[in-house]
Design a protein around this ligand. Structure first.
Ligand code: SAM
Length: 328
């Protein structure tokens, strides 16, 4: 038994949101006052998350990304990681985090063989970072960055390219890869800001970002991307690390998508842009067996929309969610 959609795409990767809560208020993600967080009992419990992941892994999912909200704000998250690490069907456990709360956990993450950490950092300038995140935690995040860089964990930086805010730092970020073995990934900004509209001065899409980089470097190597990679990847010759661009909004990566998402309240999503297909939490709490869960996953994945544009058109409501609710 496996998860395959009607376009022949095999699903092997789940992104699981640990919580909808976050300690930051990034301006492209949430309004300043935050989003309406759900009641605690509506969140999946760790036991439920463990079960969902186990059942999915029996259907061929071998890669999990833990995200949120901010996963490290949920109590006992590190213990949950430890339980997950016993699932030997999982080849990779990855975490996306803002890094503000994790510098004390890095040894433990190494001991648990966590594969990669995606650290979100949108500016290398303390004041600008505070403006973007609406919190004064740059020093903590930078400390985490330095510790992760020295650790055995693979490190990717997530930089949301924000028109009028941090586009002047694109080259500074690439320069970090000169001596550091990191992958810097520039993400196109999406309309998931908890406000329902996308107000930007100028759209910094994939083409604009890469053309900007080309103006600064005479030679850029194009790397061969891993199948189903979310980013198109490049390297400046002789630099230790790489950089990439995630066409999150222009959606040119859908044809070999291998991902599904489970939100913090258990909503199953076939696509970042769909409105959610069904609630796994309710299904589990109503007594579903593992076999029933498997059948539900198989039939739902079969209906995965061909791409993010079709998913968005079918959702029937405007996008007013925050990535913190969706699970970034
Ligand atoms: N709190 C964690 C973090 O900051 O990495 C995990 C959750 S966060 C929602 C995951 C990623 O989504 C972050 O890299 C964040 O910058 C990105 N993100 C959030 N809203 C976005 C948007 N509107 N457009 C593009 N990326 C966004």
């Amino acid at each position: 038994m496996e998860l395959r959609d009607k376009f022949g795409r095999k699903i092997s990767y789940v992104r699981l949101a640990i919580t909808d809560r976050c300690n930051l208020r990034c301006q492209y993600c949430m309004p300043a006052h935050g989003i309406a967080i759900v009641d605690r009992k509506e969140l999946l419990t760790y036991k439920e998350m463990y079960r969902i992941t186990r059942v999915l892994s029996e259907l061929g999912v071998n890669k999990v990304r833990l995200t949120g909200g901010e996963p490290f704000v949920r109590k006992d998250f590190v213990n949950f990681l430890e339980s997950l690490s016993f699932n030997d069907k999982l080849d990779e456990i990855n975490i996306t985090t803002n890094g503000a709360l994790i510098s004390n956990h890095i040894d433990k993450l190494e001991a648990l063989n966590i594969n990669a950490i995606n650290l979100s950092i949108d500016s290398l300038q303390k004041e600008k970072f505070a403006k973007i995140t609406r919190r004064d935690v740059f020093d903590e995040v930078y400390d985490t960055f330095e510790k992760l860089e020295k650790s055995r964990l693979k490190l990717k930086l997530n930089v949301v390219v924000q028109s009028g805010f941090n586009t002047d730092e694109i080259i500074d970020f690439i320069e970090l890869s000169k001596t550091k073995d990191i992958a810097v990934r520039f993400i196109e900004e999406m309309p998931f800001n908890g406000k329902g509209q996308r107000d930007m001065k100028e759209e910094w899409n994939f083409n604009k970002i890469i053309n900007h980089v080309k103006e600064h470097y005479p030679i850029i190597e194009t790397l061969k991307d891993k199948k189903s990679s979310t980013s198109r990847n490049f390297k400046i010759p002789n630099y230790k690390g790489t950089f990439g661009i995630i066409p999150a909004f222009t959606r040119t990566i859908c044809s070999d998508c291998n991902r599904i998402r489970i939100t913090a309240t258990g909503m199953f999503k076939n696509c970042l842009f769909d409105g959610g297909v069904f609630n796994v939490r309710d299904f589990i709490r109503n007594g579903a067996s593992d076999e029933e869960l498997k059948q539900l996953f198989i039939s739902t994945v079969h209906k995965k929309p061909e791409n993010g544009f079709i998913a968005e058109a079918a959702r029937g409501s405007n996008i007013s969610e925050s990535m913190s609710t969706i699970g970034g």
